[in-house]
Design a protein around this ligand. Structure first.
Ligand SMILES: Nc1ccn([C@@H]2O[C@H](COP(=O)(O)OP(=O)(O)OP(=O)(O)O)[C@@H](O)[C@H]2O)c(=O)n1
Ligand SMILES: C[C@](O)(CO)[C@H](O)COP(=O)(O)O
Length: 250
């Protein structure tokens, strides 16, 4: 463990950045993905509530579609959210990475732990959020929730949209692979350094911390923390919400 791994004091404050500026191309035509409804409520509101459900979270920064900040502010005002949590809305950028950076730029100084959570993972349970925060409090500079894979994974030589069969290059040992979810949790200084240092395109924030040479640790993820990416994911998300309503006796 490096010096970045010292335990943080218990009273440290935690903020969440929610990148919500994507179009949702893989979901098909319609409003920006984060604003589409799940069970009548925008996906973003589900994601915000999932984060604010943690008593450790005192600020949520929503990174809105570039021209959608006023609409997102109105949505947050129109939905019941915990009073103990503060909310900020900033406009996003061209890529997820850029949107996260814009969210980080808006963070007040007095937050030591920062979570980054996809608006597209609206159903993550609060226990997963708390497990990530606890691991950062315990001294990890970067923490990701993740699950073992159900499928075997092949590395291929990608056929550039020609439709040709793709030759398999390798079969990584499945037992060593994990499917990574969000929220990913960070010591704030580490995450800011990662975003200031790494210029490659990446698909998650933790991989930027890996590029700094620091250790990223994995805590158990949750099946309900899946990302709404394609149309079938919407069906699954509605089914999870229906089951929760039944369990809650509504
Ligand atoms: N320029 C972008 C692109 C993505 N995101 C956010 O990053 C999260 C994960 O991205 P993804 O699931 O890929 O969302 P989209 O980019 O909207 O999806 P697609 O690639 O299908 O367009 C989402 O909450 C999305 O809103 C963002 O804030 N800014
Ligand atoms: C951050 C992430 O959700 C971790 O699995 C994922 O990498 C986002 O990928 P996307 O292509 O931007 O949805």
């Amino acid at each position: 463990m490096s010096d970045d791994s010292r335990p943080l004091p218990a009273e440290v404050r935690t903020a969440v950045v929610i990148p919500a500026a994507g179009r949702g191309v893989r979901l098909g035509p319609g409003a920006p993905k984060a604003l589409r409804a799940l069970n009548g409520t925008p996906m973003l509101i589900h994601a915000v509530r999932a984060m604010a459900a943690s008593r450790a979270v005192s600020l949520v920064v929503v990174v809105a579609p570039p021209d959608g900040a006023p609409e997102v502010k109105s949505l947050l005002d129109a939905h019941a959210l915990p009073e103990r949590t503060d909310f900020l809305v900033v406009p996003g950028g061209e890529s997820r990475q850029e949107s996260v950076k814009l969210g980080l730029d808006a963070l007040p100084r007095d937050y030591d732990i920062v979570l980054v959570h996809d608006a597209a993972r609206p159903l993550v349970p609060v226990d997963t959020v708390d497990a990530v925060i606890e691991a950062v409090r315990d001294g990890a500079p970067a923490v990701v929730p993740a699950l073992p894979l159900a499928d075997t994974v092949k590395e291929v030589e990608p056929a550039a949209a020609t439709g040709e069969p793709e030759p398999v290059v390798a079969t990584p040992e499945r037992a060593r692979l994990r499917a990574v979810q969000t929220p990913q949790g960070f010591d704030r200084a580490t995450l800011i350094r990662a975003h200031e240092t790494v210029t490659d395109d990446v698909t998650d924030d933790a991989s930027m911390v890996e590029q700094l040479g620091l250790t990223v640790v994995v805590v158990p993820g949750h099946e309900e923390a899946f990302k709404v990416t394609r149309p079938l994911d919407l069906v699954l998300a509605e089914a999870v919400l229906a089951r929760r309503r039944l369990n809650d006796g509504f």
